[in-house]
Design a protein around this ligand. Structure first.
Ligand SMILES: C[S@@+](CC[C@H](N)C(=O)[O-])C[C@H]1O[C@@H](n2cnc3c(N)ncnc32)[C@H](O)[C@@H]1O
Length: 363
């Protein structure tokens, strides 16, 4: 029992983060800047949301006309199904509505939809949202939310991190476009990295450094309070399969000789050459900005490279996980007699590396 509670507590800690409006605004602006029609006539589903106070619902409802949306659907997860109970109280908005049902308020999820100017004031906005209770608790895996997924063109949300793998699989199997938030560590999941490698998913526009600030309802887990709002910093990143301009911006890089002479990194500057791995045939480049522009063999880079990955400039060959799994035998040094699970330099085991090559087209 104690174990279950601990597990639940950890899940809850990871699941109840609420995304800030300016973060959504900045990320979505990048897609619109790249393609002004990206959301035009599209049905957007915001699952795993809490539409009554969600900034996702607020942002897309307020920008419904500007983005040219066809329909906005937002669903929430029932209070009784959440792992973290934070002193829930029914809102005046819900209680005052004719469809309010005391027997459903805690056990059922809710669905909010926006399609037209309900109030006839000449514009479609947040006031025109209509809502009802879902049949079930709003679990994204339920048949009713899956049906909404299949009706939608684009899925956008910050899903529960504890269910990230399941959520991603649920999205990918729909074939929809998506913009979601995940913990940076998800990149190393075996379900996630292949999507990057095959250019089926990439980093969103927002920079990775500094993490993201979320509103937290968990009073035991607050990093700072801003304007009375409890905030938590999380190493979270945006992930998407919708194109944006930063993805096509080439990384400015120096030649190998210039890096060895002028690099700002003491690990590179002043060396005679870049290190080769002991166990496989690639050079070790510990910083993305130290990738030589004139080396056309395989290059091992940190995971943070994926933030800057431009598919016009590089191709991803795999990761050291693929080497360990025997999927890249051509790279393994036949003389190496130690473990091959990670890159080794001078016998020292390095953190996980991604293996890349300059894209032939840019040579
Ligand atoms: C990280 S929070 C983000 C909420 C909102 N999307 C936002 O960014 O402001 C994830 C939400 O998913 C809910 N949730 C947890 N498990 C769920 C499930 N199986 N199906 C749907 N939602 C779930 C959590 O209760 C929480 O409200």
């Amino acid at each position: 029992m104690a174990n279950i509670n601990l597990k639940d507590a950890k899940r809850a800690k990871n699941d109840e983060f609420y995304t800030m409006y300016p973060d959504i605004e900045k990320e979505i602006a990048a897609y619109v800047e790249y393609n002004s029609d990206v959301f035009k006539d599209k049905t957007i589903l915001l699952p795993c949301d809490d539409p009554e106070w969600s900034n996702f619902t607020k942002f897309f409802a307020q920008n419904f006309e500007r983005l040219g949306l066809k329909k906005l659907i937002s669903t929430s997860y029932a209070v009784d199904s959440k792992t973290y109970k934070y002193g829930y109280q029914v809102t005046m908005f819900e209680e005052g509505a004719p469809q309010y049902d005391k027997s459903k308020t805690k056990t059922n999820g809710k669905i909010f939809t926006l399609t037209h100017d309900k109030f006839g004031d000449g514009k479609i906005n947040i006031e025109d949202l209509e809502w009802s209770y879902l049949e079930g608790d709003g679990d994204f895996k339920s048949d009713e939310v899956t049906k909404l997924r299949d009706e939608a063109d684009i899925i956008i949300t910050n899903p529960p991190f504890s269910l990230f793998r399941e959520f991603l699989i649920w999205i990918i199997e729909s074939g929809n476009q998506f913009v979601i938030i995940g913990n940076k560590s998800c990149i190393t999941y075996k379900e996630v990295f292949p999507l990057f490698k095959e250019n089926k998913m990439w980093s969103g526009r927002t920079e990775w450094s500094g993490g993201m600030w979320f509103e937290t309802k968990n009073l035991d887990d607050v990093d700072k309070i801003i304007n009375g709002i409890n905030m938590k910093n999380v190493p979270a990143i945006w992930l998407t399969n919708i194109d944006h301009g930063r993805r096509h911006k080439p990384l400015p890089l120096m030649t190998m000789a210039d890096n060895l002479k002028f690099s700002k990194h003491k690990e590179i500057n002043g060396k005679k050459s870049y290190d080769n791995y002991d166990n496989y045939n690639a050079i070790e480049v510990p910083f993305t900005d130290a990738i030589p522009c004139d080396y056309y063999g395989v290059i091992g880079v940190p995971i943070s490279f994926l933030e800057k990955y431009n598919p016009d400039q590089f191709e991803i060959i795999g990761s050291d996980y693929n080497i360990k799994e025997g999927q890249l035998p051509e790279l393994v040094n036949p003389e190496w007699i130690g473990k091959i699970d990670r890159g080794y330099v001078g016998g020292e085991r390095l953190y996980t590396r991604i293996l890349i090559k300059h894209n032939k087209a840019t040579k």
